[in-house]
Ligand binder design. Structure first.
Ligand code: CP
Ligand code: NVA
Length: 299
């Protein structure tokens, strides 16, 4: 059984092979239909624009049939267990993509079901997003190991997957944000033990200096309480001043949805260095590559 739950479940060679397939998918060089005759469920416990549409379109483009399952429409919403849901859906479906409130739900589904499970975002990680982001960096800047990626703001699910990618691909990762919102210490310890070059700074300008990729995300993720987040994160807004400190050909990235005026100014996200719409498009290609590698041994 091949699941796609987190980047660290794979080695660099396998992820590189997926990224290569993603670039070939984007270039229109893949004509096989690895999902022909297969039905892939999509369970959403939280809202989504990109993940929902890119998976549905991607499954169809690979010859499969997407089955959309909003969690509130399933018996899951009325107390049926994740384990029973996983066992039952495994009798109908060939695979499932899950966007869950809790990472444990995705892990339990994978453990109790008998079909491949793809993580479409949890409270802890967003590996499909980072695969699309890595594809975007390769297309715009080249080799991953030469990059300096600077993350600004919340140490959230997306930041966690960046940490895993830094350990796997060898680029430098600088995280600038308030100390109280840092990613889990055990994840950082794992990444450093793998040789990752990860630093934490409390001044945005230090992280931005000579960086090749500047990336941020919303300050209040789905499921978070607002608390003091807006005030606490304010010094880490990505501005044109911050961009001017970065490498001359640096790119700005954001997984979207974005809130202009909070984590990033309109001038930056709508400016010439922003690649956010390529990044969003690459969700489609990267996820098709992930599914091809899961479901077809020829990849
Ligand atoms: N970036 C991302 O996952 O977007 P959605 O929440 O719209 O799926
Ligand atoms: N960190 C954000 C990402 C949304 C795609 C959230 O979890 O809401």
């Amino acid at each position: 059984m091949r699941h796609f739950l987190d980047l660290r479940d794979f080695d660099r060679d396998r992820l590189n092979a997926m990224l290569e397939t993603a670039a070939q998918m984007k270039a229109g060089e893949v004509s096989s239909m690895p999902l022909a005759g297969k039905s892939i469920g999509m369970i959403f416990e939280k809202p989504s624009t990109r993940t929902r549409v890119s998976f549905e379109v991607g499954i169809r483009q690979l010859g499969g049939t997407p089955v959309m399952l909003a969690a509130q429409d399933l018996q899951l919403g009325r107390g049926e267990t994740v384990a029973d849901t996983a066992r039952v859906l495994s009798r109908y479906l060939d695979g499932v993509m899950i966007r869950a409130l809790s990472h444990d739900t995705v892990a339990e589904f994978a453990a109790e079901g008998s079909i491949p499970v793809i993580n479409g975002l949890t409270n802890l990680s967003h590996p499909c997003q980072i695969m699309a982001d890595l594809q975007t960096i390769q297309a715009h800047l080249g080799a991953l190991e030469h990059q300096i990626v600077a993350w600004f703001g919340d140490g959230n699910n997306v930041a966690n997957s960046w940490i895993e990618a830094a350990a796997l691909f060898g680029f430098e990762l600088r995280i600038a944000g308030p100390e109280a919102y840092r990613p889990p210490a055990h994840l950082v310890a794992w990444a450093r033990a793998e040789g990752a070059n990860i630093s934490f700074v409390d001044k945005a300008e230090i992280a931005a200096k000579d960086a090749t990729v500047l990336v941020t995300d919303v300050w209040i993720s789905m499921g978070d309480d607002e608390g003091n987040r807006l005030q606490d994160m304010a010094p880490f807004q990505v501005t044109e001043t911050l961009m001017s400190l970065a490498a001359p050909d640096a790119i700005f990235m954001h997984c979207l949805p974005a809130l202009r005026g909070q984590e990033v100014t309109a001038e930056v996200i709508d400016g010439v260095q922003s690649v956010v719409f390529d990044e969003a498009e690459n969700r489609l290609h990267a996820q098709k590559a992930i599914m091809a590698h899961i479901f077809d041994d020829n990849f």
